[in-house]
Design a protein around this ligand. Structure first.
Ligand SMILES: Cc1cc2nc3c(=O)[nH]c(=O)nc-3n(C[C@H](O)[C@H](O)[C@H](O)COP(=O)(O)OP(=O)(O)OC[C@H]3O[C@@H](n4cnc5c(N)ncnc54)[C@H](O)[C@@H]3O)c2cc1C
Length: 479
């Protein structure tokens, strides 16, 4: 039993959806493309699972967040795939791959062969058992990686309203779940071993802002320790979480967000791996020229930093998928992948974006007692990373542009003083002048920024309650 396709995408997540759209834009003939996914639904915008999906009122539900609504593109429903002659093989796990024979074998024993394979298998949530703690299978313990996990989480939240939740992990899954639990009227304690939340990205100063905000919403933080075991009742439900430092936390439910592991196992020994993922070149091609890798599973050269990186963020999944398809369909025209790392999160009424690399010396700017502030990272004399909380669309675009230009920084104090004004000035200069000194303060620019900020500060303060209400109701429509 078997089927053959010209192009096969293995995995049906974010990258698969964006790759499918790109294939159709580039005129893939009907019947040539197939997507195989373990999940029972076509590709969707995974970040919605920890945001709009968890809202108590008007929650986001499929089909509303199928890819590619997150990039303001078409929403690819099952009907869309049918109309475009794309074969969806859903609810099907691929159990083995033979790169030499160009075949995949599914759990039901079907052989699917390809001429070109795109690996888009993403990652899986790390389990507590991998850290020596038992209890993942208790009915009130959940993870959050796919639709099935999110559905379990919603069920648990409904049954625990007014109760206590313990969130294990202080990364973005932990932070976003904690916010959603609070919005669902559940008391939350977050537990993580680091000194502050989002330790891989946030500086202590940035983290402090978010932790204080969370505390104002009733979230309790237990830092610098880890989960040791669960107290489980005779029904198999966790009733308390015991920490290494001896703390005993009563729990009606537990959410675990302790990291992910790329799904590479099918290809170990067949393709070159690096940084935990499948190593690809600037064309997103693996060590076998018929096999491409995109999204969370791909370790690719980030030209800007001259290094191989593996990223675990949605923008990278979308863009790498599109680029791989461009290379496959128009190999002569498509250049090398040149990606500026970007990630974001939205919690409560807060919203931040980060571009580039958080390496080197950090320079904070803005008003940490207000609603708009940020940070720059300067490494080997150049600006390499920018973070902004509470920015406008234009301000986010500005920091992105400035970070991509990697301007030389000669005067750190001046950079700190100018804050966002620096990025604005640098992003408006022609590229060749950006490697010179920091541009001198420009009165005209300052005038356009600072009075705006003053006005915006007043407006934001006055409308924060209204915004929080609006955001809570609306944000599920933004992926
Ligand atoms: C809850 C949540 C919230 C997030 N929020 C944000 C955010 O706010 N900002 C941000 O930048 N990023 C966020 N991310 C990360 C982002 O969603 C991922 O980077 C993105 O989904 C990666 O896309 P991908 O296609 O590589 O992998 P995935 O979207 O994970 O898709 C992989 C697919 O492959 C399938 N698969 C794997 N192995 C097999 C197999 N052997 N056979 C068949 N199918 C298989 C899986 O079932 C899955 O459908 C979030 C992630 C999660 C889980």
């Amino acid at each position: 039993m078997g089927r053959a396709f010209v192009y096969v995408i293995l995995g049906g997540g974010v990258a698969a959806g964006y790759a499918a759209l790109e294939f159709t834009k580039r005129g893939v003939p009907h019947g040539e493309l197939c997507i195989i996914s373990e999940e029972p639904v076509p590709p969707y915008e995974r970040p919605a699972l920890s945001k709009g999906f968890l809202l108590p009122e008007e929650p986001a539900r499929l089909p509303s967040f199928h890819t590619c609504v997150g990039a303001n593109e078409e929403r690819l429903t099952p009907k869309w795939y049918k109309e475009h002659g794309i074969e969806l093989v859903l609810g099907t796990q691929v159990k083995s791959a033979d790169i030499r024979r160009k075949t995949l074998i599914t759990a039901s024993g079907e052989t699917i062969s390809y001429k070109i394979l795109i690996i888009a298998t993403g990652a899986r949530a790390l389990k507590l058992e991998e850290f020596g703690v038992k209890g993942s299978d208790a009915e009130n313990v959940c993870y959050l990686r796919n639709l099935s996990d999110a559905t379990t989480l919603v069920g648990l939240m409904k049954s625990c309203s007014g109760g206590n939740a313990v969130v294990i992990g202080g990364g973005y899954i932990g932070m976003e779940c904690a916010a959603s639990l609070v919005i669902n009227k559940i008391s939350v304690t977050m537990v993580f071993p680091e000194a502050h939340c989002m330790a891989r990205l946030f500086t202590p100063k940035i983290a402090n802002y978010y932790e204080e905000y969370y505390k104002s919403k009733g979230v309790n933080f237990v830092k610098g320790t880890v989960l040791s075991s669960f107290e489980i009742d005779t029904d198999g439900k966790v009733t308390a979480v015991i920490l290494k430092d001896g703390t005993h936390l009563p729990a009606d439910m537990v959410v675990v967000g302790i990291g992910i592991r790329p799904n590479t196992s099918l290809f170990e020994g067949q393709l070159t791996l690096e940084k935990g993922g499948i190593k690809v070149n600037g064309k997103l091609q693996s060590s076998n020229s018929s096999v491409y890798a995109v999204g969370d599973v791909a370790a690719f050269p980030v030209k800007l930093f001259g290094e191989i990186r593996r990223l675990e963020h949605v923008d990278s999944a979308r863009k790498s998928a599109r680029h791989a398809v461009a290379v496959i369909m128009e190999p002569v025209k498509a250049g090398e992948y040149d990606y500026l790392p970007f990630f974001y999160s939205r919690v409560f009424a807060l919203s931040w974006q980060f571009y580039g690399d958080n390496a080197g010396e950090v320079i904070h700017f803005g008003d940490f007692s207000g609603s708009t502030f940020g940070a720059y990272w300067v490494h080997k004399g150049h600006l390499v990373g920018s973070f902004l909380e509470g920015g406008t669309k234009e301000e986010y675009e500005t920091i992105a542009k400035a970070t991509r230009l990697k301007p030389a920084i000669e005067d750190i104090a001046e950079l700190e003083r100018r804050g966002l004004g620096f990025a604005l000035a640098i992003s408006q200069k022609p590229p060749e002048s950006t490697v010179a000194a920091i541009p001198q303060p420009d009165f005209a620019l300052q005038k356009t920024i600072y009075p705006w900020h003053a006005t915006a500060g007043v407006l934001v303060a006055a409308s924060v309650a209204a915004f929080a209400y609006w955001y809570g109701r609306r944000r599920h429509k933004r992926w």
